[in-house]
Write a protein that binds this ligand. Structure first.
Ligand SMILES: [Zn+2]
Length: 484
């Protein structure tokens, strides 16, 4: 989203709203600068903690300070100088800012990362061109990312942070990071799969987390049942492995060639029961989950490792994508082709877009194209930008996803929309400001925010034309089970 010049004074309504919006924007920049300064000061505090002179002052003489006394030792082994200094600084910040020490510690840690590893984002925050929310998303995204790619990554995604909401930015930047990551997604996906497990975490107020927020006793009982099922799987696998002629390196469904750990078996039981399980009264019978997957054609053919995109999640590894596309019939597949095979224009012949056009629009927009809105396209309505009853055609250039609230805003207020090439949608607000949202189906390889023309957002090119999966039609509507 980008701001264009307002034209205050022309229209009294625009002037009245502008008189509030202009200072609001100025205030937001002040707030961002305040966060940048707090970050700088917390990082400075951390630097003091690494100063040998300061460390000496903090630790004092080991005898005098009592660090090596038996009494002190009874509270656990003494911290080393670095750990002691880190904790002292976090406690100073915690006291000064009225925070828990652990919260202050995380803030100091993030401050050091933002100033040292992400200086371009810190500078942008200081000048108010991004918000603290964007900075936090960037910290999340880059947590664990290889340090050597950070400068190039920052430069690449900063323009997107300056135009998009923090949520939209995180999506775009996540895909770009995927591209720039030196370790292939397949390798990371394989390593991640090995660590699958179920985590049960007690929470306050008689509740607990088991991925779902449940009554504590229910969560405990579910976890226990899964553990017991995992144990029976273990017994079965041992029996199989010890059977005459069994291959000692083979294993069950993990496909990893080694026996599954208890964590893995518990996670697999959880998955199987939730995907296929039916309750005693028939609950869930005949109901299958469906997900939407966009697979580049060359990936499907095994000639590219371009990730496929799982709607509502993001990139997934090519091997999984190929497996799903090859075996599944209950998944809605969309293949991206260099040239389009689907109908992109129905003109005035019919009001309702046909199924292949809707799939194209789903894949192009992914979300509602309202201002800052990220509601999924599949939960949104398709709007004729130029209304049907005033001659607007049923063409992809005139159709866009809007969720119900955004759709209402357009039709019931003086907000207006105008569609540009590739599905970019420009909103004009009552105060005459313009905001442009762009479709999400952006190939990260070709996306270069640095060269994108304002006020278009993160997509400098038209979206790759997309065609639905080739015939037979309605791949996604059968009742066969999902592939996992
Ligand atoms: Zn919306």
């Amino acid at each position: 989203m980008a701001t264009s010049d307002a034209t205050p004074g022309v229209d009294p309504i625009a002037a009245a709203i502008g008189a509030v919006i202009d200072p609001l924007i100025a205030n937001e920049k002040v707030i961002a600068a305040g966060f940048a300064e707090r970050t700088r000061l917390l990082a400075e505090l951390d630097r003091l903690g690494h100063d040998p002179r300061i460390i000496a002052g903090l630790c004092g003489d080991p005898v005098e300070s009592g660090r090596n006394d038996p009494d002190t030792g009874a509270h656990g082994p003494a911290w080393d100088d670095e750990e002691l200094a880190r904790r002292c600084m976090a406690a100073e910040a915690a006291g000064a800012l009225r925070l828990k020490a652990s919260t202050a510690g995380i803030m100091v840690f993030n401050a050091v990362r933002l100033t040292d590893q992400l200086p371009q984002f810190h500078a942008a925050l200081a000048r108010g061109s991004i918000t603290w929310g964007h900075a936090l998303k960037m910290l999340d995204l880059t947590d664990g990312a290889p340090e050597e790619i950070l400068p190039a990554f920052e430069a690449k995604v900063l323009p997107a942070a300056e135009k998009l909401t923090s949520t939209q930015f995180a999506r775009v930047a996540g895909r770009i990071l995927e591209r720039m990551h030196p370790v292939p997604l397949q390798t990371r996906a394989d390593a991640g799969f090995v660590t699958r497990r179920l985590v049960l975490r007690p929470d306050a107020d008689g509740m607990a987390w088991l991925n779902a927020y449940l009554k504590a006793e229910d969560a405990q009982a579910i976890y226990d049942r899964l553990s017991r099922i995992a144990t029976t799987l273990d017994t079965d696998e041992r029996a199989e492995a010890s059977a005459p002629g069994a291959d000692p390196t083979s294993s069950g469904p993990s496909g990893s060639g080694t026996a599954r750990t208890k964590d893995q078996r518990r996670a697999d039981a959880y998955r199987d029961l939730l995907l296929d399980g039916v309750g005693p009264a028939g609950l869930g019978h005949g109901i299958r989950g469906t997900v939407h997957l966009t697979v580049p054609a060359l990936t499907l053919l095994g000639r590219s490792d371009e990730p496929a995109i799982l709607e509502g999640y993001g990139p997934i590894d090519p091997e999984t994508a190929r497996r799903i596309a090859g075996t599944a019939t209950s998944w809605s597949r969309i293949l991206t082709h260099p040239e389009t095979g689907c109908r992109l224009s129905m003109g005035r012949e019919q009001y309702t877009p046909p199924a292949d056009m809707r799939r194209y629009l789903d894949a192009r927009d992914r979300t509602c194209q309202g201002i800052g809105c990220t509601r999924r396209a599949t939960l949104s309505e398709i709007d004729h930008t130029r209304p049907w009853n005033t001659g607007g055609p049923t063409d992809v250039d005139n159709l866009v996803h809007l969720c119900t609230p955004c759709h209402r805003l357009k039709h019931q207020s003086s907000f207006t929309t105008n569609q540009g090439p590739g599905g970019t949608l420009t909103w004009t607000t009552p105060s005459s400001r313009k905001y442009t949202s762009a479709p999400a189906n952006t190939d990260p390889a070709t996306y270069d925010p640095a060269t994108a023309n304002a006020p278009t957002t993160y997509d400098s090119t038209s979206p790759t034309p997309i065609s639905p999966a080739p015939s037979p039609p309605q791949q996604g509507s059968t009742d066969t089970p999902p592939p996992f």
